[in-house]
Design a protein around this ligand. Structure first.
Ligand SMILES: [Mg+2]
Length: 266
């Protein structure tokens, strides 16, 4: 099958957001047309993000501001995937969450109890914590060192999160600080792991050969697609340069200047 046949045959498009559909607070002009055209073709799309500092409701608001109407079920986030993972492997566990209130709400919505009483903790969850305090680092250190048997999970492995001035430390960097203390590494849930694409495909009952992961980062977006066995489309509208692409061992199925090229193939 050629490129057009493969793209046209897709039933599920899993889009990374920043760098793929918008950049910071600027929506790419092709994005509304692209999403409409996918729907008109009878296919589905979901927004897939590693950012666990925001809840799905936060993202619905953010997209609404940019002019895109979205619903709860249009998203697959590392917070949702973490809830799913916990449900499957640590059902009913009482959690210590080093994350934002948004992440806590998401996990509570999934039925989990959250505590700050360290004696009651049965599982540690690390998120991209934009509300991080030294108290939380202290508590997680204590848990990691004194309760070596309890599961330790991180929503996403990213070291940095882009900002208008460069970047700030993300979940992976904080986990490195805790590694220095405990020599323990968490089980990681978000991209580049396969779990988020797998969950999306399971939810919408679409086969991996009819699913594409579309994103601007090879080491998270594209790798998660490769790990989940989907079609992968790298867009050059965000972080990746041709130099990075050429030096990368992981190669996407298709490379596009931007996701706009999908419109012309549909
Ligand atoms: Mg991106």
């Amino acid at each position: 099958m050629n490129k057009q046949e493969i793209i046209k045959g897709l039933k599920l498009y899993l889009f990374d957001m920043d760098g793929t559909l918008y950049l910071g607070d600027r929506l790419y002009d092709f994005t509304p047309t692209l999403l409409e055209k996918i729907k008109a073709n009878g296919a589905k799309y979901m927004f897939m993000t590693n950012n666990s500092s925001k809840s799905v409701l936060d993202y619905i608001k953010k997209l609404d501001k940019l002019g895109i109407k979205a619903e709860y079920d249009d998203f697959i986030t590392s917070s949702q995937a973490t809830a799913y993972y916990l449900e499957k492997y640590h059902k009913n566990a009482t959690l210590y969450v080093c994350g934002t209130n948004s992440l806590k709400e998401e996990l509570q919505r999934a039925g989990f109890k959250i505590t700050e009483d360290l004696d009651l903790v049965e599982c540690i969850v690390m998120g991209f914590d934009t509300e991080l305090t030294f108290k939380k680092l202290h508590d997680v250190s204590k848990l990691l060192l004194t309760r070596k048997d309890i599961p330790y999970i991180a929503t996403n492995p990213d070291y940095v999160c882009p900002t208008e001035f460069g970047s700030v430390p993300d979940c992976g960097s904080v986990c490195d600080m805790l590694y220095n203390v405990s020599k323990r590494r968490p089980i990681v849930i978000g991209k580049p792991e396969a779990l988020m694409p797998q969950l999306a495909m399971e939810k919408l009952c679409v086969d991996k050969t009819k699913t594409a992961v579309i994103g601007d980062r090879i080491y998270t977006d594209i790798k998660s697609g490769i790990n989940a066995g989907t079609v992968t489309i790298l867009v050059m509208s965000g972080e990746t340069t041709y130099e990075i692409l050429n030096n990368s061992e992981e190669k996407p199925n298709f490379v596009m200047e931007s996701a706009k090229e999908i419109i012309d193939l549909l």
